[in-house]
Write a protein that binds this ligand. Structure first.
Ligand SMILES: NC(=O)c1ccc[n+]([C@@H]2O[C@H](COP(=O)([O-])OP(=O)(O)OC[C@H]3O[C@@H](n4cnc5c(N)ncnc54)[C@H](O)[C@@H]3O)[C@@H](O)[C@H]2O)c1
Length: 351
């Protein structure tokens, strides 16, 4: 039975989000739970300790006290410094991305943690706890892509009179890809959207989110990427390792100083040359192409992102505390009884 909920301060590099804002904490307190908030957990997102105290939370100085709660809710997957807090029977609710984090999966399973992932919770065919952050990450991808083009090839997304606009290729037109395409279109770039789901292509085409669409295939991606100034990777198969769609040979054909933003890096990346980067060190160059592969992109807009995440998470958190077997949490349970229990995640990890 869950009596207490813990809200730790995030530990991942550059991560300023917090999983619950004061209004979400108020809902949990009203629902009858003791909420323990680690001091300064919300400061990066503009929420002070006294904001949390005012809604009935107990603010505690250290991470250990928060992790001692029955149910811990946080934004990013626990970092190695936090694994020492894992224990039998602890319930954890967070982004886990276990297909790309085999060591974390092992640590959770061997310590007997019951781990529920935001990103695999399914409702009405969508991913309601991933969508708000994909929206933020997608919008951000267009901004950082434009920014690094200035440092690389020097191409401006919108071009100029007599000069063609930049060519942007977005792979995966789901929530993140659609917002990235809208951002790039908003800056007047030419945007090609690629997906395996023809209905998504049809919708993007009809709505003018993109200037062209392509059905996903190795050949189509190779050709589109070769002519692109900016490639944004946002393909996802829920729970699985990201499909590897942009191959090294495709990157070789890009013009020097072009940019790749691989949002799917949190699931292992959909670009062969992508490897995880951090907010402190967000880019590297490979094959003459600038790669931006930050695994927690929304962390740089902590106020907007925390409020959006918190609004989506709060009702599910209360449901989890009340009834972990509820159908409203479908797909979220990843680790239980010492095993990886989500079939797609288990397959990705070959467990
Ligand atoms: N790096 C970050 O900080 C960050 C933040 C938020 C989301 N993300 C990631 O962005 C990715 C996209 O998330 P989303 O919420 O938009 O997912 P989504 O499910 O809404 O969309 C994924 C899209 O990928 C398409 N797709 C699947 N296989 C494909 C293939 N072979 N070729 C082309 N398209 C294919 C799907 O049809 C779908 O339209 C995920 O990996 C997610 O974890 C990363």
């Amino acid at each position: 039975m869950v009596a207490s909920i813990g809200l730790p301060k995030e530990t991942k590099d550059g991560e300023r989000r917090v999983a619950l804002d004061p209004s979400a904490v108020k809902s949990a307190v009203r629902a009858g739970y003791d909420v323990l908030v680690q001091a300064t957990a919300g400061v990066g997102a503009g929420f002070s300790d006294s904001d949390y105290e005012a809604v009935g939370a107990k603010v505690v100085p250290g991470a250990a006290e928060v992790w001692a709660a029955d149910l811990v809710v946080k934004v990013k997957e626990p970092q190695p410094v936090e694994w020492g807090y894992f224990r039998e029977g602890l319930k954890l609710f967070a982004y886990l991305h276990l297909a790309a984090e085999p060591e974390l999966a092992t640590a959770l399973a061997t310590k007997g943690v019951e781990a529920y992932a935001f990103e695999t919770l399914e409702e009405r065919g969508g991913l309601p706890l991933l969508a708000p952050m994909s929206e933020v990450a997608g919008r951000t991808a267009a901004i950082v892509g434009a920014h690094y083009l200035a440092m690389g090839s020097g191409v401006l997304l919108g071009g100029s009179a007599g000069v063609e606009p930049a060519r942007v290729v977005v792979i995966g037109l789901g929530v993140a890809g659609t917002m990235a395409a809208r951002g790039a279109r908003g800056m007047d770039a030419e945007v090609t959207g690629i997906d395996i789901d023809l209905h998504r292509l049809y919708e993007a085409h009809q709505q003018g989110t993109v200037t062209a669409t392509l059905a996903s295939s190795e050949h189509a991606i190779g050709e589109a990427v070769a002519g692109a100034d900016l490639v944004i990777g946002a393909a996802l198969v829920t729970g699985a390792r990201a499909p590897r769609l942009v191959l090294r040979e495709h990157v070789t054909n890009m013009r020097p100083g072009s940019v790749i933003v691989d949002l799917a890096i949190d699931q292992g990346g959909c670009v062969e040359t992508a490897r995880p980067t951090s907010h402190s060190n967000p880019v590297y160059e490979e094959l003459g192409v600038i790669h931006y592969c930050v695994t927690n992109v929304p962390g740089q807009y902590p106020r907007t992102a925390s409020r959006a995440l918190s609004a989506a998470v709060a009702p599910k958190l209360i449901e989890l505390a009340r009834d972990p077997g509820s159908s409203k949490l479908a797909g979220s349970l990843n680790v239980a009884g010492g095993k990886i229990v989500h079939p797609v995640v288990a397959e990705a990890l070959q467990r």
